[in-house]
Each structure stands twice: as C-alpha cells, then as structure tokens.
Design a protein around this ligand. Structure first.
Ligand code: ATP
Length: 270
C-alpha cells in the first residue's frame, strides 16, 4: 500500500522556466522552500526558523503541482507526492500509518520535498465532513500535525500542500509551525496566458498565421491546464487533416471544442 499511496520521483524534470505567469509565486516558493533547503546553515546562524510548511491554494490546473516539482528539481531533492483524497478513499483505515510512513520515507531520502495534494480531503472543518469515515480522517490529520510539530530540524525536508478549497480547511493546520506560509496560485491573466501558450507551443510546428497574443485574449478564464490542452487539441486537428503544420484554424476549432466540453461539464444532471 505504501508504494501505491506515495509517488516518489528522484528527479522531477519540471523547471521554473516551464511555469508561465507565476513569477511572484515562484519567488515566494524559492524563499520559503528552496532557501532553507540549500542554506539551512544561514537560518541557524541568523537564528530564525524557516517556514514549516507551505500551502498553495487556488483553482484546479493552475500549476501548483508544477511549482512543487520545480522546487524539488532545482534543489536536487527527492519529490514525494501523496494525494489526500486517496488516503481517505483508497486506503481506508491506513491513513495515519501512511502519513507516518511518508515522513519516514522522506527522512530516508533527504533532501526531500513532500507534496500533499488535495489536503482538504484530510483537513476539512469538522462541521463540514459528514462522511462515516470521520474519525479516521481526523486521525490522519492529527498524525500529520504531530509529524510536523515533531520536526526539530526541518532543514532537509520541506512540506508543500495544495488545495483548491481553501475556505473548507480546518484552521488548525494553518497555525504557526504548521502550514504557516500561504501562497495563492490564481488563474493566469493575459500576460500569463500568453506565456503559458508560448511554453506549450514551443515544440509545435506552428504556421505563421497563429497569433498567440490574440489567443491569450480569447481564452480569458482558462487555467494553465486548459491552455495546455488547447494546444494539444489544435495539434490533433492538424493531424486529422493530415497536416504537419498547425494553423490558426486549428486553434479556432480547438477553442470551440474546449468550450463545448466545458459546457457539457457544467450542465447539471437533472
Ligand atoms: P490540481 O489542483 O488539479 O491538482 P495543479 O494546480 O496542481 O492542479 P498542475 O498539475 O500543476 O496543476 O498543472 C497541470 C498541467 O497544466 C501541467 O502539467 C501543465 O501542462 C499545465 N499548466 C498548469 N499551470 C501551468 C502554468 N502556470 N504554466 C505552464 N503550464 C501549466
């Protein structure tokens, strides 16, 4: 179970340059996670504790996982990922033990970045969790808090959690010494969208009539993940048409398709 619940990646290949529109967030992550990892001695000399845990919050598909992977990559740290939802859905009754294993695995693989995705699954406000597994979820969260509280020298292990339901979180996990550094990861603005489109079309064979700035204007409200799939869809249209070059019309078709998919997803089931 341990192997399934945790994904270990010795050297993730995401770099800061692969992330578009999040310059401030990258700066904050570097300060809170990277500096203490590569410069633990400086924190000791100055006599301050680095932030314990960093919480990334924002809509789905905006680059939270990428940020965590990039910081692990840039510091040559092992990246260990655990999904909160899996802890409560797939490994019922094992949550607390898996959290213990997670920290053990990290200390065997220092320096390490622990990434807990969907932390809301194990750390929601009590009043809002109505599932029968309540007590078990509670135990899992208590174990996480005690692992974090019990950390003396966190120099070599850093913890990053992510959520897209910030307001559902139990405030206990935000106390000093726990996830005490909050970083908001929003959907990209126009500049961000243009940059993300550039990143995702970099290796693509684009025709001259493709205008990424214009596409950035046409994709207001898109997340990074949605922009990435727009680029892939455009490529699919070119392939269907047996072309090797992606044209403006492919992007227009892709936009229509992505928006249609969106409409279907948003339709309430009667
Ligand atoms: P979730 O909350 O759904 O887990 P997330 O915020 O962790 O989402 P990621 O997994 O980091 O999102 O992003 C999913 C994919 O979307 C990435 O692999 C990448 O292709 C693309 N993407 C998202 N955000 C960005 C961005 N800011 N720059 C470039 N690509 C992005």
């Amino acid at each position: 179970a341990r192997a399934q619940a945790m994904q270990v990646d010795g050297s993730p290949d995401v770099t800061y340059d692969d992330i578009g529109g999040l310059d401030e967030q990258i700066q904050e992550v570097r300060e809170a996670v990277e500096q203490p990892l590569i410069n633990a001695e400086q924190f000791r000399t100055v006599g301050i504790e680095p932030p314990s845990g960093v919480l990334l919050h924002g809509p789905p598909g905006t680059g939270k996982t990428m940020l965590a992977k990039a910081v692990a990559n840039e510091t040559d740290a092992t990246f260990i990922k655990m999904a909160g939802s899996e802890l409560v859905q797939k490994f019922i009754g094992e949550g607390a033990r898996l959290v213990r294993d997670l920290f053990e695995l990290a200390s065997e693989n220092e320096p390490a970045v622990i990434f807990i995705d969907e932390i809301d699954a194990i750390a929601s406000k009590r009043t809002e969790s109505k599932t029968s597994g309540d007590a078990e979820v509670q135990r899992t969260m208590m174990q996480l808090l005690s692992e974090m509280d019990g950390f003396d020298d966190r120099g070599e292990i850093r913890i990053i959690a992510a959520t897209n339901r910030f307001d559902m979180l139990d405030r206990a996990i935000l106390r000093p010494g726990r996830f005490d550094r909050l970083i908001e990861v929003p959907k990209p603005n126009w500049d961000g969208r243009e940059r993300i489109l550039e990143i995702h079309t970099e290796g693509m064979n684009l025709a001259d009539d493709v205008d990424l700035a214009e596409l950035a204007s046409e994709t207001e409200g898109f997340s990074g993940a949605e922009l990435a799939s727009l680029a892939t869809e455009a490529g699919m249209f070119a392939i269907r048409d047996e072309r090797t070059e992606i044209r403006r019309e492919d992007f227009e078709n892709a936009l229509e398709k992505v928006e249609e998919d969106d409409d279907t997803a948003g339709t309430p089931i009667a």
